[in-house]
Ligand binder design. Structure first.
Ligand code: NAD
Ligand code: DAU
Length: 355
């Protein structure tokens, strides 16, 4: 199997490529990534040096039609796993333009290049385009119910609206051209290599440095957490077993309120740092201005992928969260390498205005 992975230098893409190299001997990967602030070229240096015959990195933009057409022509991919995106809701509120460009226009250019290759290729029967998307396209749940594959789209942020647009394009290419696209909509991931603008790594780093822990609104928004390697296993399953034109919801079934996640992180880190009582990290919690359009609750019904494709998550939240905390402790070099000027600018902009 020869794969094109887009956005493979980001959080989930990195973990996915590592999963492929752990579980699929013989598979080849070309990783196309623009290396925006969220892409870290160091993430896969070991794979690059250990498997020069099976792994290649290409720095490039999914909006670059010529680059894409040439890549398909020369590499003759058998499948595409499309992660590349602008992925942070708060950034989409400050600047929606990049989200429209990358997530909608970029996905369109990628679909066009893949379709053109697929239409002219003798590999046609085996080709597959896996579009990796989010549960945020379904909008917000009340206290009851779950997102099913049939739940109507109702996105709240420019990020989720742009992902919804890209999902619709992938589905339209299947219906119109018979193009072999399959879509996954997954809940919140956590684990190694996540950029510390997202809740869990941001809190881990702030607790370590005794900085304020900014909890939006009342802290009672609920997310359904899934360890990233479980998501990657689900994606491999959909890639090999999923039906073209279908959507598969992926979730951990581990619903938590944000404030409970933050308190759990405080206690995990207190145990490591020897803090207790008055020095306990929970003293750093600050309730700050809420995110506009903040979805109240996400919860996935993953019956379809479990019953039709036999996938189940292998990690529970508390154990894998502790493993994640350990990873950030053990990889301080990685943390320092992404503390760029751009990162610090974002932290200043977002959190000064919320305080
Ligand atoms: P990320 O922000 O960590 O990584 C995105 C990657 O895409 C980066 O390496 C970046 O350099 C690259 N990229 C951005 N624009 C590009 C462009 N124009 N051309 C090529 N590469 C580009 O994101 P993530 O959290 O790893 O998410 C990956 C995908 O999974 C996204 O599509 C996201 O919507 C989806 N998703 C994420 C989650 C989650 O919890 N993080 C959950 C469900 C779905
Ligand atoms: O559900 C899948 C989605 O999960 C993905 O599509 C997105 O790419 C990913 O970023 C994530 O979106 P969220 O908005 O849910 O994740 P985030 O980590 O930004 O926030 C999680 C919750 O924590 C959310 O309710 C907002 C809150 N939050 C976040 C930050 C960064 C805080 O209270 N304080 C913070 O500083």
């Amino acid at each position: 199997m020869k794969l094109l992975v887009t956005g493979g230098a980001g959080f989930i893409g990195t973990n996915f490529i590592r999963t492929v190299f752990d579980k699929k001997p013989g598979w080849e990967v070309v990783n196309l990534d623009l290396l925006t602030y969220a892409g870290n070229p160091r993430n896969l240096l070991d794979i690059e040096s250990e498997h020069p015959d099976r792994y290649r990195f290409v720095q490039g933009d999914i909006k670059d039609s010529e680059l894409l057409h040439n890549l398909f022509k020369t590499e003759k991919f058998e499948a595409v796993v499309h992660f590349a995106a602008e992925s942070h809701v708060d950034r989409s509120i400050y600047g929606p333009g990049a989200f429209i460009e990358t997530n909608i226009v970029g996905t369109y250019q990628l679909l066009e290049a893949a379709r053109s290759y697929w239409e002219s290729s003798s590999e046609r029967p085996n080709f597959k385009f896996l579009h990796v998307s989010t549960d945020e396209v379904y909008g917000s749940l009340g206290p009851e119910g779950y997102f099913k594959e049939t739940t109507p789209y109702d996105p709240s942020s420019p990020y989720s609206a742009s992902k919804a647009g890209s999902d619709h394009l992938a589905k339209a290419y299947y219906r119109t051209y018979g193009f072999p696209a399959v879509i996954t909509n997954c809940s919140n991931n956590y684990g190694p290599y996540q950029f510390p603008e997202k809740l869990i790594p941001l809190m881990i780093l702030n607790i370590q440095e005794e900085k304020p822990l900014p909890v939006y609104g009342d802290g009672k928004n609920v997310r359904d957490w899934l360890f990233v390697r479980d998501h990657c296993d689900a994606l491999l399953t959909v890639l090999t077993e999923g039906q073209n034109g279908e959507t598969y919801n992926i979730g951990g079934g581990e619903e938590m309120r944000n404030i409970d996640v933050v308190n759990l992180l405080c206690s995990l880190l207190d145990a490591k740092l020897g803090r207790q009582g008055e020095t306990s990290s929970s003293r750093l919690i600050h309730f700050v201005k809420d995110r506009p359009g903040h979805d109240r609750r996400y919860a996935i019904d993953s019956t379809k992928i479990r019953s039709e494709l036999g996938w189940t998550p292998q990690h529970d939240f508390k154990t894998a969260l502790a493993k994640t905390v350990d990873w950030y402790f053990e990889n301080q070099d990685w943390v320092e390498s992404i503390r760029t000027g751009e990162y610090l600018k974002w932290i200043d902009q977002n959190y000064d205005e919320r305080a």
